[in-house]
Design a protein around this ligand. Structure first.
Ligand SMILES: Cc1cc2nc3c(=O)[nH]c(=O)nc-3n(C[C@H](O)[C@H](O)[C@H](O)COP(=O)(O)O)c2cc1C
Length: 175
């Protein structure tokens, strides 16, 4: 019987979904049965999966509320299978902040949640000012200015390192 992997994601502008889809593709190549769900639609029995991957982007310093609630509600069951968590954010575009032990959001997240997944990763996300409503754009421009990133409102940059995503899939395979 094929090993079943579930991927649950929370994404607003699509980058976490894009990463999740690449992970799905890579794992399908390795002959797993891989099911992809947004956190809003997931209603499966967690134990029907051998491995579960949970991915969330960061907005204003925090991972999506529903992801946090899901983990808190299901912690005991999550501990019975192999699990992975990945965070997507723009601070991770900086080489000195792009690992689980150096990314401030990941560090803080695991200080505030009582869960230890088998594997943790962090990916740099995408900056696309055109997509953001006015207030969000101003805020992101401010955050980027503070962190010495691009502030021109026409900028669209995908910082995600796709080799890193492929490597993560490989590590998941070896779990
Ligand atoms: C409203 C908003 C707030 C954000 N807040 C942060 C933040 O606090 N820190 C950070 O590093 N990135 C932040 N980002 C960047 C996102 O994490 C990044 O664009 C990511 O790729 C979004 O993933 P998604 O498309 O799956 O939602 C923010 C983006 C938006 C639109």
């Amino acid at each position: 019987m094929k090993v079943r992997i579930g991927i649950i994601y929370a994404s607003v502008d699509g980058q976490t979904l894009k990463i999740s889809k690449i992970l799905q593709e890579e794992l399908l190549k390795k002959n797993y049965l891989v099911e992809l769900y947004s956190i809003d639609e997931f209603n499966k029995d967690i134990t029907s999966f051998d491995k579960l991957i949970i991915g969330s982007s960061i907005r204003y310093g925090v991972h999506h509320k529903k992801i946090i609630e899901f983990i808190n509600t299901n912690k005991a069951i999550l501990d019975t299978i192999k699990t992975a968590f990945f965070s997507v954010n723009l601070v991770a575009r900086k080489p000195e902040k792009n690992t689980p032990t150096t990314n401030p959001y990941v560090i803080k997240f695991f200080k505030t949640i009582d869960w230890k997944p088998t594997l943790v990763e962090v990916f740099a996300g995408k900056l696309d000012y055109k997509k953001y409503p006015y207030f969000d754009r101003i805020m992101i421009q401010f955050i980027m200015w503070m962190t010495k990133g691009p502030t021109d409102k026409s900028v669209e940059i995908e910082y995600t390192n796709w080799d890193q995503v492929t490597k993560f899939a490989e590590t998941l395979h070896k779990l």
